[in-house]
Design a protein around this ligand. Structure first.
Ligand code: FNR
Length: 408
């Protein structure tokens, strides 16, 4: 009932309850460039397809007379969470709704879904902390080239109650995204998603010293300077030690797809990883044509996703087998339904992150729309657990699931 109450307004769903129709509803609600930026994938979108296909190949085997009530609670890094679902870090939330990050953080807090704030945000730590109130919040770091700026961000994250640090490794540079390239559009060029940087005191001090100009009077140029600092930097595994030394709390690396990288995360003292391919937005190869955009951005602009990458769920079991006993494995990329959540947890993820669907809900109907998507997914998850006969998250294992290859 709580879900139904929240999802319906005046007898009609706030957003469609059909995950397959959500994207189309969002397309109609948004301007084309913003929609393309959110919905787009790398290249031919083969990785996005693989993310979904990977889910379809796993099938649940239901049990009867086992579960009516479902205990969905979990523990992560010694803390209790009511559901195994987190809001993925998504940059530039102003593209979906003018209330941007502060609005979505408040909605997540209302439905007890932890909010992971992106470095590519239009709202500051302080404002997001105020709007999410007692809601759980984590911070996602695009890892700056300048250690003093990194330290400033970590300090402010801590002071503002962001409990865990998620360091995204797969987007050290941006990818070949036809949808954005064809329209010549990048939100950052429109000054969106860089406001976060211009509020950082150390960044401001350095910028003003270097240029002799005030950030606030020169916002466009300062934004580009900020972008250069957070993208285009190639860190090494040894650099992870710096983060470990300077972050007192759970340290999580996001964008892991290979067993050896998962083992390295463990070796360098991380507490967790997110098995993720950025929702099919990752690209590793340098694309010379993108140099067209370099003069505009003054950053090494390469790609956001690797087209043709393996579906994220495909690599989850082997990574869990390699490191799951020693660290927390989280999962994202392609979660759309309650049974997707069940499958990822059955394969060993401790919790999952969801990205685009929430942005669609936010675009269609603001904070209420975002909440409706999250609550719908949670309700679907509870029901899927219940009809599969699984009474609690603790009871999930590979015994409830089987991989089927129908061929073709
Ligand atoms: C992202 N993602 C992302 N990840 C991150 O660590 N920092 C960021 O700023 C962003 N920004 C971002 C913007 C947009 C528009 C998308 C679609 C994705 C990746 C995100 O955290 C997550 O990995 C995927 O969105 C998960 O896949 P689904 O749920 O969108 O399929």
């Amino acid at each position: 009932t709580i879900y139904a109450n929240a999802m319906y307004a005046h007898g009609r769903p706030v957003v469609t309850t059909d995950p397959r129709r959500l994207e189309e509803q969002a397309r109609q609600a948004m301007n084309a460039r913003a929609f393309n930026y959110i919905a787009g994938g790398a290249g031919e979108k083969a990785t996005m397809d693989s993310n979904r296909l990977a889910f379809r190949q796993w099938k649940l085997i239901p049990r009867m007379l086992k579960a009516s009530e479902v205990d969905a609670s979990i523990e992560l890094f010694g803390q209790k969470y009511p559901h195994p679902l987190l809001m993925a870090p998504i940059g530039v939330q102003a593209l979906a709704h003018p209330n941007k990050e502060v609005g979505l953080a408040a909605s997540c807090s209302e439905v007890e879904v932890p909010y992971i704030l992106s470095t590519a945000s239009g709202s500051s730590f302080e404002d997001v902390a105020a709007s999410s109130g007692s809601g759980k919040r984590w911070f996602q770091l695009y890892w700056p080239s300048d250690n003093e700026i990194t330290l400033s961000l970590l300090k402010r994250a801590k002071e503002n109650g962001f409990e865990a640090l998620v360091v995204t490794l797969d987007t050290w540079t941006l990818a070949w995204r036809p949808a954005d390239l064809d329209t010549g559009y990048l939100p950052f060029l429109a000054g969106l998603g860089t406001e976060f940087g211009s509020t950082d005191p150390i960044f401001r001090e350095k910028y003003e010293k270097k240029t002799g100009m005030k950030v606030d009077e020169n916002i466009e140029e300062a934004s580009r300077d900020w972008l250069q600092k957070i993208f285009g930097t190639n860190h090494t595994w040894e650099d992870v030690e710096f983060l470990r030394k300077n972050w007192d709390g759970p340290l999580i690396l996001k964008g892991i797809q290979h067993v050896e990288d998962a083992k390295s995360a463990l070796k360098y003292g991380c507490d967790g990883i997110v098995v993720s391919n950025h929702g099919g937005k990752l690209q590793l190869e340098r694309q010379p044509l993108l140099s067209m955009l370099e003069p505009l951005l003054k950053v090494r602009y390469v790609g956001r996703q690797l087209d043709g990458a393996i579906g994220s769920l495909e690599v989850l079991p082997e990574i869990v087998d390699a490191v799951g006993k020693d660290m927390t494995v989280l999962f994202d990329s392609g979660i759309r339904t309650g049974s997707d959540v069940v499958k990822a947890l059955a394969l060993g993820a401790k919790a999952v992150l969801v990205g685009r669907p929430v942005m669609y809900g936010y675009a269609i109907n603001g904070g209420e729309g975002a909440k409706a998507v999250l609550q719908g997914l949670l309700a679907d998850f509870h029901l899927s657990m219940s009809v599969a006969g699984i009474p609690s998250v603790k009871d999930l294992s590979r015994e409830v699931i089987r991989k089927i290859n129908y061929g073709g």
